[in-house]
Design a protein around this ligand. Structure first.
Ligand code: ADP
Ligand code: ASP
Ligand code: MG
Length: 370
């Protein structure tokens, strides 16, 4: 018997039929004697629709009322999944962030989780009830509903797994693990058996949305064992995240994968106050910043040069910086324009024109993995 937190993402609960499938996964685990807490995302596409509704009135997403609106997607899923489970004879009860409660900072759109109260969830489990918790949302200590950033249900699941000291946190999604590149972009991408927290964190920060970066950070800080696996496939072990070193799929170099970010813009500015804005950004040199397009309207009045025609390809792994000459040669040989290069201790990132980014991902994947 294990104590598991299971998280189901948007496409895993995207239709009523998919919710039936998720109910069977939960039922099977219960039949095998496991205790479970479930965390759900909004049905596929719903959060985008809700955000679009707010745009009728406001062009930023960091307003208190935007969080009131966009958090509702998860409420619908949690209620529907609880009903679906009850229909097959499983006792289940939905919980919203404020009911647990999941306490966050008072920041709208990008709050971080400060704590999770485990008492209500433990109480439900002791009564034989499966708690179905709405991911992505929390409550601040000023009693405001907050959301914790796109893809945030991953972080809710990991924070709950940590609070409950669960044995493992299973992130069910529409791919069967973490791959050496986004399998939708690189057809020959290979599945990793296991990846270290630090390299997974770097993959996520550099755009691999299979796990939200904040969730990996919480897992790493607290030693929560994570596993990414498919809700569309039976009996698969997926990819283990943390709990050991990466098993590199290539013998030649310690490279875990190639990540890409197609959702950012670059801003070059002399404005000293610019960094005071409470939005996440990467400073790639003294004057140049990479910022997610979701925050574009918050900085639109900054004086500087905006470059929207970019995508970023990043080579992840402890050898990436030593291999910079090989990486650049391989891109230049294939006529990829390099707009900027920057690095961290576990990655080398290259800014390319938007149209060339997916090609660059494939070139670098071939260079290291094929
Ligand atoms: P969910 O709705 O379940 O949270 P997401 O869409 O957030 O799912 O994340 C899953 C997607 O992440 C996959 O469909 C895949 O296209 C993408 N992805 C990006 N990089 C990777 C990678 N390295 N390995 C696996 N999937 C990746
Ligand atoms: N529904 C939210 C989003 O689309 C959170 C999540 O899916 O994890 O970003
Ligand atoms: Mg996600």
């Amino acid at each position: 018997m294990s104590f598991l937190v299971l998280k189901f993402g948007g496409s895993s609960v995207g239709t009523i039929a998919r919710m039936g499938n998720v109910s069977s996964i939960i039922h099977n685990l219960l039949t095998r004697g496991h205790k479970v807490v479930v965390v759900v995302s909004a049905m596929h596409g719903v959060t985008n629709q809700l955000l679009e509704l707010t745009k009728n009135f406001i062009d930023i997403s960091s307003d208190r009322e935007c969080d009131v609106v966009v958090s509702t997607g998860e409420q619908v899923t949690s209620g529907l999944l609880a009903l679906s489970l009850k229909k097959i004879g499983v006792l289940a009860k939905s919980f919203q962030g404020w009911q647990v409660p999941v306490i966050t900072e008072t920041v709208f759109g990008e709050a971080s989780i400060k704590s999770v109260n485990k008492d209500i969830l433990i109480g439900a489990i002791l009564e034989g009830i499966v708690p179905i918790v709405s991911g992505f949302q929390g409550i601040s200590n000023r009693n405001d509903i907050t959301t914790i950033g796109r893809g945030g249900s991953d972080a809710t699941a990991v924070a709950i797994a940590n609070a409950l000291q669960a044995d493992e946190c299973f992130i069910y999604t529409d791919v069967d693990g973490v791959y050496t590149a986004d399998p939708r972009i690189v057809l020959g991408a290979c599945k990793l058996e296991c990846i270290s927290y630090s390299e997974m964190l770097e993959m996520s920060k550099k755009g691999s949305k299979v796990l939200q970066a904040k969730s990996v950070q919480i897992a790493q800080d607290n030693g929560v064992k994570l596993r990414v696996l498919s809700s569309f496939k039976d009996n698969d072990v997926g990819t283990a995240v943390g709990g050991g070193a990466t098993k590199y799929p290539t013998k030649n170099a310690a490279i875990a994968g190639i990540a890409n970010d197609m959702n950012s813009f670059m801003l070059k500015t002399n404005n000293k106050n610019f960094k005071k804005k409470s939005i996440p950004m990467t400073e790639i040199d003294e004057k140049t910043f990479v910022i997610n397009k979701i925050h574009q309207n918050e900085v639109k009045n900054t004086v500087g040069e905006f470059d929207n025609d970019i995508g970023i390809v990043s080579v992840i792994g402890q050898d990436s910086i030593n291999l910079n000459q090989r990486i650049l040669k391989s891109l230049r040989n294939n006529k990829i324009v390099v707009k900027k290069i920057y690095s961290s201790d576990k990655s080398l990132s290259i800014v390319t024109p938007f149209q060339q980014t997916e090609i660059a991902v494939n070139i670098l994947h071939k260079e290291f993995f094929e």
